[in-house]
Design a binder for this molecule. Sequence first.
Ligand SMILES: C[S@@+](CC[C@H](N)C(=O)[O-])C[C@H]1O[C@@H](n2cnc3c(N)ncnc32)[C@H](O)[C@@H]1O
Length: 592
Amino acid sequence: MAKRKFQNGYPVKRQKTKPTAVKEGSNEEVLLMDIRHLLSTQILADKSENGDASEQNSPKPGPSFSPPERFSDVEVLITEFSSSGDGLGLAPTADHVYVVPFSIPGDLVKAKVINYFPQDRYTLTDFISVIKPAANRNDSLVQCPYFAKCSGCQFQMLSYEEQLAQKKRIVEKAYQNFSSLPPELIPVIGDTIGSPLQYGYRTKLTPHFDGPPGTLSRKARRANAEVKWDGIPPIGFLQKGTRKTVDIEDCPIGTDTVRLGMKQERERVADEIALFRRGATLLLRESTKRTPKPKGGLLIPASSKAEQKSVDIAAERPQTSVNGVIPPKSQPLVQPQESDDKPDLSLPYTEEKTCITDQNATSTEFVDNYIFSNPAGSFFQNNNSILSVFTAYIRANILPPSSTALHNPNSTPAPSHSSPTAAPPAEKPITNLIDAYCGSGLFSITLSPLFTHTLGIDIARASINSAHANALANDISNAEFISADATALFASVAFPPDETVVVIDPPRKGCDEGFLRQLLEYAPRRVVYVSCNVHTQARDVGFLVEGVRGEEGKEGGRVGARYEIESLRGFDFFPQTAHVEGVAVLRRVVEG
Ligand SMILES: C[S@@+](CC[C@H](N)C(=O)[O-])C[C@H]1O[C@@H](n2cnc3c(N)ncnc32)[C@H](O)[C@@H]1O
């Protein structure tokens, strides 16, 4: 094999002629955008100092930076937060950026140089220590012993208020940088809604371990080569900026049940390591069982019927292996836990939590009194503590602000007292909901009381099966679900667009352009776009706001509708991390 060449400690790569191409809306793209912005503000500052304000807002190649030796230490003054959650600081030559994880603006830090990207003019580093802390760094807030080793939870040194403010800034920057919209079309971003729990909130964790070197190769697997484990491998999460796994004994953002499950799964893997033929990802998923409290008069809570049905569904599912790896002898469920440390005596039920480790076993959770059951390995929102607040917000905003009387489609609108000639034509009530990328029906089900009909669509058949079962378990008869690509929706939807709202909740990569074009052509009255990636959300919302013009490219050549943004804000589903869930509420523009 040819030997790799090194220069200054860095592997010598074929010279690139263009800056790196990155996946749209990825962490890398977001980071690059912030790096370019920091460099350009520096150039603008230089130019204005020299009395030249004509400079374009784009960085020029910087000739003066020469990279320090790889793995050497540098001192960096952090001046910006990237939306990726990393600190950014300029090199002394001001034409190159150091990216330092686990640092915040105002910190002077020592960092180790890891990778140099000359074309994009930045250097990735590892955080070593704080030389002089920023005024708002408070390391006593950090609750995790793996902070700055594990790649997650990089905001722990910030107060929760500052975390929320930083997430608001991330949403603002996403719309500035990724929506292509002029500032006047972007409303003031609302304050980020916090999570009731800031640690102990994650109902799902998936730590992993790697196989011994060589076990990953196809050749070794085909030859059924013997696997030799050299002790118990590290079981945990990735170290920041590397492919190495950090051994994590406990993860304080997990719920108590999930943390206990993690401890037991680690012990099981240690006992059974010889049975594994390669590395694996473990599943720890909290499941909740509610038992009605007997009440003098035998009051049966609304959810109990739903719960019984869900238990029946759960009993029918087979128990299978994890990730194709030799299945463990047993799939232990963590000891049931009474979750009520301080029991809430006002609740008509008690809750028992278990941790499920089998991808295909059924996990159950509740959002208010709605019950949701899913295969434990499939998608469901991971922070149950915020779901009640979150779904209440969507319920309060999904219909036009003036239509509170219409929140119940069967209610009679209040009579108008203005003269018939002055009154604008009455808008029809919105009675239909389309739930695109519906998963197991979270929105269709929690919003169902507001609508006469709901239609959910998801590409994953297993999720649609769960959505059907969940509608049944919650006694909801007006919800329909189809398993197909979201774009297929528009071929068959029969709801009048004037009486329909569409909720969109796609994966991180956002929506396909084909879906967005057809959505504009269908032209529903309102759209609520929920996303775990505010950058691709901003791109897609920009598309819906700009609309599509026909061939002529002239006024009147519009194809379908266009939208304006009624409101925008983040929800903190993942405290201590840089992630933020965005909710954009859009209304159709009536062309004059
Ligand atoms: C972020 S999840 C949202 C699920 C659901 N709204 C919830 O909150 O539980 C995204 C969903 O999009 C689905 N999905 C991914 N690509 C899709 C496509 N092309 N068409 C339809 N659904 C898709 C996934 O199966 C997944 O259930």
